[in-house]
Design a protein around this ligand. Sequence first.
Ligand SMILES: O=C(O)[C@H](O)[C@@H](O)[C@@H](O)C(=O)NO
Ligand SMILES: [Mg+2]
Length: 382
Amino acid sequence: MIITDVSVKTFLTTTRRHSDSAGHAHPGAPHQVQQAMLVIRTEDGHEGYSFTAPEIVRPHLIEKFVKKVLIGQDHRDRERLWQDLAHWQRGSAAQLTDRTLAAVDVALWDLAGRTLNQPVHKLIGAYRDKVLTYGSIMCGDELAGGLATPEDYARFAEKLVKRGYKGIKLHTWMPPVSWAPNVKMDLKACAAVREAVGPDIHLMIDAFHWYSRVDSLELGRGLEKLGFDWIEESMDEQSMASYKWLADNLDIPVLGPESAGGKHWHRAEWITSGAVDILRTGVNDVGGITPALKTMRLAESFGMDCEVHGNTAMNLHVVASAKNCRWYERGLLHPFLEYDDGFDYLNSLSDPMDENGYVHVPNRPGIGEDINFDFIDNNLVK
Ligand SMILES: O=C(O)[C@H](O)[C@@H](O)[C@@H](O)C(=O)NO
Ligand SMILES: [Mg+2]
């Protein structure tokens, strides 16, 4: 069907997540933030939706780029529409980012699924309908009883194992925490968690993103003694050579890149350079489901797993449609927050987890977010 309109609904939603100076989330008092829903509509009235921050789909981007590529086109031509939009990035003065490409691509996949009454992972070609998940813990903090000490992490990890998680990833302490970063404290938290959960729970770390090579080496060698599955983003991912050096010097698998640009093209270089043992992708990080799938298949061609960054249904469909991916990242979690409470603009969670640590892919058409349209319309930002 021909795309006839692209629009954005910006609305208020209440959250207890607050961002720190590095963009990492921490718990706090409930407060209202603006969220955007991108809407792509075809001539027969079908619509596809995606959620993102309002600035990612601000009018300049929708009018100058997105509408010019999509309006009048067949909504099923996702590959061509993605290529055309990606082509506009170079001349956009760095305004058209991978996040905007992701919002458009996800809404197009949602539109395809809603039109055909099929969930996206079945359109892609599913590998499974449920996936094992790890609990991705928020970065450490200085909140009493929160994630302020190694013992806090251990206590929370025990709670997560009781909830059913078979894997746990620690984001350790980072600035603006007053005494962070600190490799020895990171290792104390990891050791306390290992001690608390025993040898059979899978553990991973996602550390301070700007450690030096030497600090990362010390951290990695400590994690090897604790039987961790991988070390993630311990250095600036702009230095692929540093990761090659680290991977050459560690036995524990090095996973990445998460935040590095370049989509699936650059991730090919990370593989061929030996900079990682496990590749990483993410719908928001590489510009959509379409390039995330390309990254998964790229890794598979090199006998490599590719782990997906981020929660929500859009990432869950990518995990569910690949064999070479072991986990869904469910988070971010904190002792002061109840993840299963979900969001006020969704009627239900898109990633419900059973008592055995499996997340079940939504069977609803499209991406499968259970959208509360009345809530959105009643909370529009004028
Ligand atoms: O902003 C970040 O660093 C990520 O969102 C982080 O909080 C977490 O999602 C992550 O790194 N997961 O792997
Ligand atoms: Mg990460």
